[in-house]
Design a binder for this molecule. Structure first.
Ligand SMILES: Nc1ncnc2c1ncn2[C@@H]1O[C@H](COP(=O)(O)OP(=O)(O)OP(=O)(O)O)[C@@H](O)[C@H]1O
Ligand SMILES: [Mg+2]
Length: 381
């Protein structure tokens, strides 16, 4: 898979994969690469390592994306072309929800009413669990604003990370007016005796459990929120439309570990089920790109001055070298296996990113990964 092409051409990249494989790191490296190609890029991250967030200068609860300033980049030897800019935003479901309420409530009074109910807080808690929804919401609203040429969406390490794409099922069910109607009886119930009966049972149960005041509060809240949900549902359609277009691409990140690879294949199948195709795999933290290692003993082969001190010193390196070479061969095997799936049109090419011997928590390390991404030959020679 040609990552350079993706960061150059796409408007949206969605990065998914198993836990801890480097999704957040790769997302940031991709966004940085786009900026280095002169694009305005935004990485929407989820829970980045604290030091990475600091390195990028992302405030923990910013209500707006923050732009990584040039002096910070320059201190790591990164200069962006005139048009290029890198921004980052940590997804905070709470902030996203606030934005949703503000934007979609029919009037500011409706927004205020929604927020004034005790239930708002309860709902916020529910929404915080719906991380995938808030991610999609943020993605769509930023893409509509047109401030960025490329948005890279990091996803949570959950098999449900892509559920927001799954049309009428989950999200729509959650937002379904009829479901809500059971809790918040309104005119839509009049013609439906079954729902009306269900609503009565629910109301009685709620009043009994929480008291009449709470039950009324619930009804006020859901009455106001019902209008909001209608709009959010339309919006969810927009997200799906965007992600199904050729402007968007899905990249699955994996490490060479067996479990991570299996999870990656799960994601590829899941994306396929949703009627989409992946652009391919990123084999991160791998030694697959380490070709042509020299065995230490080979250093001595052509030397007639190989004195015993040098010989012994080099001999000590042999077990280390052997294990590294084995590791590289194993990773290359994973690379080959994943590439076999890369039949034309199936969109499963593989791009290897190296195992850096430093923790990737600063811009300098991201630059190394970005250098690989921008190499014309791809991850492996
Ligand atoms: N190519 C690499 N070389 C060395 N270390 C790496 C590399 N990529 C990522 N890491 C390190 O691996 C750890 C996990 O990375 P990261 O947080 O990006 O994974 P993640 O998939 O986003 O995790 P989570 O599923 O928890 O969100 C971090 O400490 C990061 O610095
Ligand atoms: Mg992450």
């Amino acid at each position: 898979v040609n990552l350079q092409g993706l960061v150059r051409d796409r408007r949206v990249l969605v990065i998914c994969g198993a836990g801890g494989v480097g999704k957040t790191t790769v997302s940031a490296a991709l966004a940085l690469s786009a900026a280095r190609l002169g694009r305005r890029s935004l990485v929407l991250t989820i829970d980045p390592a604290k030091r990475l967030a600091e390195a990028l200068g992302i405030p923990p609860t910013g209500s707006e994306p923050s732009r990584i300033d040039e002096s910070r980049l320059a201190s790591c030897g990164i200069t962006l072309p005139e048009a290029g800019a890198l921004s980052a935003w940590m997804l905070d479901p709470r902030v996203v929800l606030e934005r949703v309420v503000d934007r979609f409530a029919p009037t500011p009074q409706d927004a205020a009413q929604i927020r004034s109910t005790r239930l708002y807080q309860t709902l916020v808690d529910v929404m915080v669990g719906l991380q995938e929804y808030t991610a999609a919401e943020a993605l769509f609203s930023f893409s509509e604003e047109g401030r960025y040429d490329l948005i890279v969406l990091d996803t949570p390490p959950s098999r449900n990370a892509l559920d927001f794409l799954d049309a009428p099922r989950r999200l729509a069910r959650f937002l379904d007016r009829r479901t809500l109607a059971v809790f918040a009886p309104d005119s839509s119930l009049r013609g439906n005796p079954v729902l009306r009966a269900a609503a009565k049972v629910v109301h009685t149960a709620l009043s009994r459990a929480f008291g009449e005041a709470f039950a009324s509060d619930l009804q006020t809240f859901l009455g106001a929120f019902g209008k909001l949900f209608d709009r959010m549902r339309v919006h969810a359609e927009g997200v799906r439309g965007l992600l199904r277009s050729s402007d968007a691409g899905f990249v699955v990140v994996t490490s060479p570990d067996k479990e991570a690879v299996e999870e990656a294949q799960f994601f590829r199948r899941r994306i396929h089920e949703l009627g989409l195709e992946t652009e391919g795999y990123v084999l991160n933290r791998s030694y697959a790109a380490e070709t042509g290692q020299t065995h230490p003993m080979a250093l001595l082969e052509d030397r007639d001055d190989a004195d015993t001190v040098l010989f012994r010193a080099i001999e000590k390196l042999v077990p280390l070298a052997d294990s590294e070479i084995r590791r590289a061969q194993a990773d290359q095997e994973v690379f080959r296996r994943l590439s076999v799936e890369a039949r034309p049109g199936t969109g499963a090419g593989v791009f290897a990113l190296p195992y850096l011997d430093q923790v990737v928590e600063d811009l300098a390390a991201l630059k190394i990964l970005s250098d690989w991404i921008l190499r014309p030959t791809g991850g492996v020679d």
